[in-house]
Ligand binder design. Structure first.
Ligand code: DAH
Length: 347
């Protein structure tokens, strides 16, 4: 009987390593542990053994049975794991989200290209600027309404009391307009200069469909021999014609900005009704798109340029406004929202 058990054990070892899948394992289970299996059959024959035999062989039998059961448990676990990683190659995969450029980045590139074709270089500027850059340097005195605390996003700075150095006293804010880089750029680059400063600007503002607290401007600054309003008009008209791909007209009206003299409001012939009057242009035939003017002598002076020998013009236009008109977008806030239903339309 002992030999018989040894035989079973040998068979187990032999068969065990050849089992390749769950089906073969089931055959193994039936063969060894089934109702008519090897172990059951052995146990049957075991009934007629003497007490002495039962004690010695019984022990041995239990060990063999345990070994068979352990083998079954191990292999069941192994094939279960395999089952889990098995997958269907024909099942359609998940498309990964691939990044792409945002509408505003793409439009900015187009704008830069158009201005490059008109001889303008592009400069980045800074989003956090000093009070001097945003206001004083641009002839906006202390009591000017544009300096109102509530119109501006100031950087919270610790008051250090009496022994504050001049640098520590400098107040910083999020620029409210790209004009804040005018004087710094002129000091850095000198004249002649033919530049655009595109970038984000920030205002303490309640938002609605046409106003946002964060939006894009394109500043233009030209200090060059012969710079005049006629050229300014030509440049803006050429820009808008190229940008919208339409034969559009520019209209200049007097406007007030402390850093230009004279100051101008720039209107664009309505791109939808071509001046006939529609809902977008509120029946006026024109849409306000930019501020502009001849650079104020005090700004030239601040930049270390002699106002008697140099002239220049400047303009500031809203990029969002132009993009909205071009694509028929009705809410400016969509431009910096993370709403994929909107963003994906412009991939
Ligand atoms: N900085 C002005 C604003 O944000 C726009 C502007 C007006 C810019 C006239 C200019 C300019 O350069 O000459 O409202």
């Amino acid at each position: 009987m002992r030999d018989q058990l040894e035989g079973i054990l040998r068979e187990l070892y032999e068969v065990r390593d050849r089992i390749k899948n769950a089906d073969e394992l089931e055959t193994f289970r039936v063969k060894f542990l089934g109702r008519k299996g090897i172990l059951r059959e052995f146990a049957q024959s075991f009934k007629d053994a003497t007490e002495e035999e039962k004690r010695t062989i019984g022990n041995h039998f239990n060990k063999v049975k345990q070994e068979v059961e352990d083998t079954l448990a191990d292999l069941t676990e192994k094939f279960k794991k395999r089952e889990r990683v098995r997958f269907d190659f024909t099942y359609p995969g998940k498309t990964p989200l691939v990044g792409y450029r945002h509408l505003m980045s793409l439009e900015l590139e187009r704008v830069k290209d158009i201005f490059a074709s008109l001889g303008f270089s592009s400069y980045g500027g800074y989003e956090i600027v000093t009070e001097y850059e945003n206001f004083d340097s641009l002839n906006i005195p202390k009591n000017h309404p544009a300096r109102d605390m509530w119109d501006t996003l100031w950087i919270d700075q610790k008051e250090k009391g009496e022994d504050q150095t001049e640098t520590e006293k400098t107040k910083y804010l999020f620029r409210t307009h790209t004009s804040a880089y005018q004087v710094k750029l002129l000091k850095e680059q000198g004249v002649p200069l033919r530049a655009i400063i595109p970038g984000k600007v920030f205002r303490h503002e309640a938002t609605d469909r046409t106003h946002d607290f964060e939006f894009h401007q394109i500043e233009g600054l030209v200090i060059d021999e012969g710079a005049n309003i006629a050229e300014l008009k030509y440049v803006l008209e050429s820009f808008y014609r190229a940008y919208f791909g339409k034969d559009l007209k520019i209209r200049l009206r007097p406007g007030y900005f402390p850093f230009v003299e004279p100051g101008l409001e720039v209107d664009l012939g309505c791109i939808f009704c071509k001046g006939k009057g529609c809902l977008t242009c509120k029946k006026t035939g024109f849409i306000e798109v930019a501020g502009a003017g001849m650079v104020h002598p005090s700004v030239l002076q601040e930049s270390g340029i002699d106002p008697d020998s140099h002239y220049g013009y400047a303009f500031g236009l809203g990029l969002g406004r132009a993009v909205m008109l071009k694509y028929g977008i009705s809410d400016i806030r969509l431009l910096h929202s993370a709403d994929f239903r909107f963003i994906e339309q412009f991939r």
